[in-house]
Design a protein around this ligand. Structure first.
Ligand code: KIV
Length: 258
């Protein structure tokens, strides 16, 4: 399937079947998640924290993204490969299009960028360059330092209305879906019914959006040092990894050299 066919198929799911998206940053995980028939493999800039050990996503560079997108793309998945545009890579419409083209060359089939109405011209420039775009509104991790933390959005009517305006502006600019992050459940539902493209939620409550995205380490319980309050782990890999490494250590230390 071409990237555009994958995008068209995803857009058709709105109102019919919920979309599933998980982050993947390397080849083996991308292969396993594709085997599980996840719809979107997001090479997210959460990479900065859960793989590269930075405190937040503001340290992620274009080179980091290209390296990990290429690893995921080598799996040639059935899923759509979505790459995050890192901070400072889309300061103007022409820079946004140029950066998106670099992500596409590395293997991304669509790109995601953070922000509302102010990003509309950049989104149009990327789409004009032939690359599908997914928007991202609500809590914006690339703004965590200005905002001094990860805060819930849409708590009062004026912020709820501006999120709805943002979503409608992104739809008008041509996005094929929008990630809603940490938005009050009722506002996430209002946004979902106010636009014709799918919404994909994270931290917005259960079944408030047309789909759900999760950071893979939150799902697997493999990054125990920071677990967001909305995470719903399906496994606890961290203790299993430590136990396996301890078993290896014990086996090697207790066996004599021949
Ligand atoms: O980078 C990422 O993992 C993301 C998700 C939080 C949606 O953008």
């Amino acid at each position: 399937m071409t990237a555009q066919q994958k995008v068209d198929a995803l857009m058709m799911l709105k109102g019919k079947q919920r979309i599933t998206a998980l982050t993947a940053y390397d080849y083996p995980m991308a292969r396993l998640l594709d085997e599980a028939e996840i719809d979107i493999l997001l090479v997210g800039d959460s990479l900065g924290m859960v793989v590269l050990g930075f405190p937040d996503t503001t340290h992620v560079t274009m080179e980091h993204m290209l390296h990990h997108i290429a690893a995921v793309a080598r799996t040639q998945p059935r899923a759509l490969i979505l790459g995050d545009l890192p901070i400072h890579s889309y300061n103007s419409p022409s820079e946004a299009a140029k950066s998106a083209l670099r992500l596409r060359e590395a293997g991304a089939e669509a790109v995601k960028l953070e922000g509302g109405i102010n990003e509309a011209e950049k989104i149009k420039a990327i789409i004009d360059a032939g690359i599908p775009v997914i928007g991202h509104i609500g809590m914006l991790p690339q703004h965590v330092l200005e905002e001094r933390g990860y805060r819930k959005k849409g708590k009062n009517e004026s912020s709820a209305q501006s999120l709805i305006d943002d979503a409608q502006a992104l739809e008008k600019a041509g996005v094929c879906a929008i990630v809603l992050e940490s938005i009050i459940a009722d506002v996430a539902m209002r946004i979902t019914s106010a636009i014709g493209v799918p919404t994909i939620g994270i931290g917005c409550g259960d079944a408030t959006c047309d789909g759900e995205v999760a950071v893979i380490t939150d799902l697997l319980g493999s990054y125990p040092w920071f677990v967001p309050p909305f995470a719903k782990p399906e496994a606890q890999l961290a203790p299993q990894i430590i136990a396996a490494a301890r078993a290896f250590r014990a086996r090697i230390q207790h066996s004599l050299t021949q």
